[in-house]
Design a protein around this ligand. Structure first.
Ligand code: ASP
Length: 321
């Protein structure tokens, strides 16, 4: 496959608040020779509300929640400025008369972050899913950021986002694995250390004592249904995919969480630092399991095994245990 992808975990860092500021050089290198980048803003992150509202305020209009198109426009305008600074023109897909033709003729594409479910649904409903898949597998440079990185994988079940209705979780399959951006490892901290922090920052101490699921536990749940390896990319980490090679670059590393047969295998933890080759991710990928097949299997399951359950098991099942 002639793919040429730059899959970035996040758009900003604490140290550099410009969009793609911390990975500016990698983006410039990735798009070298490209004049105009086609931007897909369908993930519409919350952050663009403020940009859209500012435009309204400047026009002296009333302030209510921006509609989808305004958010897409505000997002695109903001990125257009950034891309000009980096030496590229940028056009929004929603600004094109025929979005499908725009993908077919694009020099390069950039899918921005936001809500992965909104993004995938819009790719399906605007008929862009297959044209995009075709162009990118033929070698059109692709830049994905966060949600745009997740949709490059097999399936968006690895996303961190609030789920929303989508026709399918199946993603663009530009790589035979899944990606979890903004990946966080469990924090190893003692109660004594938390108490020390509480003295200077109560909210931080409360956060550090958080007992909700860790990212790796969410991936374990994902592995109940899907066989794909998940790459948990830390903020600052970037996957550079060229043909049959995957390199981890950027400022931070990634954890690779593989499902091993029936049992999920997370020990010893597989952590990779920037500079590592992850070519193995492209070798012997598992057979595709579509999200509709999982749905179908779940619906059919009671038919096949209900009859074999004991009275007690049947009661527990009906009670939802
Ligand atoms: N909401 C994220 C983003 O695009 C995607 C994710 O975390 O799964 O910024």
């Amino acid at each position: 496959m002639d793919r040429n992808l730059l899959l970035v975990s996040n758009s900003k860092t604490a140290a550099d608040k410009r969009f793609l500021g911390y990975c500016e050089h990698e983006v410039q290198e990735h798009f070298a020779g490209v004049n105009t980048v086609l931007f897909i803003p369908y993930a519409e992150p919350n952050a663009v509300d403020a940009l859209a509202l500012n435009t309204r305020r400047a026009r002296g209009e009333t302030l209510d929640i921006p509609c989808s198109n305004e958010r897409r426009q505000a997002y695109t305008d903001h990125l257009r400025e950034r891309f000009q600074q980096m030496g590229f023109n940028l056009v929004g897909i929603h600004e094109q008369d025929n979005p499908i033709e725009a993908v077919k003729n694009a020099e390069a594409v950039y899918i921005g972050g936001g809500n992965t479910f909104d993004l995938l649904r819009a790719l399906y409903s605007n008929g862009l899913f297959h044209p995009l898949q075709k162009r990118v597998t033929e070698g059109m440079p692709y830049l994905g950021v966060s949600a745009g990185t997740v949709v490059a994988g097999m399936n968006i079940g690895s996303s961190n986002d609030n789920s929303k209705p989508v026709p399918s979780l199946d993603a663009l399959e530009l790589v035979p694995f899944c990606i979890k951006p903004h990946y966080l490892d469990p924090l190893v901290i003692s109660n004594e250390q938390i108490e020390l922090i509480r003295a200077v920052h109560a909210q931080a101490a409360h956060r550090l004592a958080h007992q909700g699921e860790q990212h790796f536990e969410r991936i374990m749940e994902f592995h109940h249904d899907f066989p794909y390896t998940v790459v948990g990319v830390h903020e600052g980490g970037i996957l550079q995919v060229k043909g049959d090679h995957v390199n981890l670059i950027g400022t931070h590393g990634a954890r690779v969480l593989q499902k091993n047969g029936f049992v999920t295998k997370y020990e010893p933890p597989q952590f990779y630092e920037p500079g590592a080759s992850l070519d193995f991710l492209l070798q012997n990928p598992p057979k595709k399991v579509s999200s509709n097949a999982v749905l179908h299997r779940a619906e059919r399951a009671p038919d096949s095994w209900f009859a074999n359950l004991s009275e007690f098991e049947r009661t527990m099942f009906l009670l939802g245990y």
